[in-house]
Design a binder for this molecule. Structure first.
Ligand code: ADP
Length: 402
């Protein structure tokens, strides 16, 4: 039987990871399997689906089992070997949240690169350590398997210095306290496919709204990031599922000094108890809020729409004009109501919504006469990682990794 080269893409969190297996093709790599392992330290559950979405493997361990990342990765590698025998793994691409100011593009990782990436753990304590865990596990277990790290920050390194700086003393800035921006792998994907939708959007001034559980916006000039709503951390900018977004720094001092909260409690507040969940007191999930008739749910959505409109205006100012806006990610791709409200509020910028097209929810959702066009483009961070990994790994048809 002939085997074809394949690339695995991993997105690891604290107690779970998502994976996709991409087969090589002349154009974009395509998915042959995807799935996730979750509850790694409490109640592990591994599910894999084929490219069409049908479940091909489902394994649950008894509650209390501590499979851990290492155990689950071993399970994944064995699964790929035993079940996907037509494909040979030639490399793994990892989503890594932080590449600091140094990593402006993806990189082949070895132990010395991992040591450098560990430096960014304090900048993204909730994500970076978990992103690095599978890299270290593979370096130990399968040292010859090529690995590539792709960063959520890299895409934004084209921003001008004024967009990346805080107005803080230079000695603080020099210690890495600057705006980094995130969701870069999603923005890179949109920037790459935008010309298939609109040459003007691809070459002009475009704002991409990545509205998911995490939400941010990016202003692009000819497909390059010039400004974004997220800053030093992924807590900045828009309100999100559970994150507050931009917050007057004086609030943090007040919480510390007057309400007696410590750093840990404030971190929890900012990252896990705020945003749609905190404001509504009901849910972080936009679907639940849209279905609710509780006024607190409506207010949480109102706030999300209002802040989206303000950030849109701010990014249009950074661009000095606007040709197109693009909605992507869970809310952006699926919530007609949300898109409609954001577009109506952006009428002053020149956006004229086509209500029927918006209901269909694919491609162009603005009228022909609209001065600023509006689009829905499904994002695909995994394929971006797979492409970079393929480029950096090359083809190793004659090489066995383990
Ligand atoms: P993540 O940032 O975790 O990748 P997603 O991009 O999957 O998040 O987005 C999750 C968000 O998308 C949730 O708030 C969810 O409610 C919302 N969402 C998904 N489908 C719909 C829908 N049909 N209508 C409204 N919101 C939706």
């Amino acid at each position: 039987m002939t085997t074809s080269d394949a690339i695995a893409v991993l997105n690891a969190g604290s107690s779970s990871f998502k994976f996709s297996l991409f087969a090589q093709a002349d154009g974009d790599p395509f998915v042959v399997a995807r799935g996730q392992a979750e509850g790694l330290y409490t109640s592990p559950h591994f599910v894999a689906k084929d490219g069409a979405g049908a479940v091909i493997h489902d394994k649950a361990w008894s509650p209390g089992t501590e499979l851990g990342h290492d155990g689950a990765l071993d399970y994944l590698v064995t699964f790929l070997r035993d079940r996907l025998t037509g494909h040979r793994l030639i490399g793994v691409g990892h989503r890594v949240v932080h590449g600091g100011s140094e990593y402006t593009k993806p990189v082949r990782v070895d132990a010395s690169i991992v040591a450098k990436l560990e430096k960014y753990v304090p900048l993204a304590p909730l994500h970076q350590p978990h992103n690095l865990t599978p890299i270290k596990a593979f370096l130990e277990r399968l040292p010859h398997l090529p690995q590539v790290a792709c960063f959520d920050t890299s895409f934004h390194r084209t921003q001008p210095p004024v967009a990346q700086a805080f107005a803080l003393p230079a000695e603080i800035t020099d210690r890495g306290v600057q705006r980094y921006g995130f969701h870069g792998l999603s923005y890179e994907y949109v920037a790459r496919v935008l010309h298939e939708y609109s040459a003007r959007a691809a070459q002009g001034k475009t704002i991409v709204l990545h509205l998911g559980n995490g939400a941010s916006m990016c202003a692009m000039a000819a497909g390059r990031s010039v400004a974004s709503t997220m800053g030093f951390t992924a807590a900045d900018g828009l309100p999100m599922g559970t994150r507050c977004g931009s917050l007057d720094p004086g609030v943090v001092l007040y919480l510390l000094d007057e309400l007696g909260m410590d750093a840990q409690a404030i971190e929890k507040l900012i990252y896990q108890q705020s945003g749609l969940l905190g404001v509504s007191g009901i849910s972080s999930d936009m679907r639940t809020l849209e279905a609710s008739d509780d006024p607190r749910a409506s207010f949480a959505i109102d706030l999300f729409v209002y802040r989206s409109g303000r950030e849109l205006g701010s990014l249009a100012a950074a661009l000095g004009g606007l040709d197109a806006i693009v909605f992507t990610a869970g809310i952006g791709e699926n919530s007609r109501e949300l898109r409609e409200r954001v577009c109506r509020d952006a009428a002053w910028l020149g956006v004229e919504l086509d209500a029927d097209a918006n209901r269909r929810g694919d491609g162009c959702i603005s009228t022909h006469a609209s001065r600023v066009s509006a689009w829905v483009i499904p994002t695909n961070e995994e394929v971006t990682i797979a492409r970079h990994t393929r480029e950096l790994v090359g083809t190793h048809a004659d090489r066995e990794y383990a």
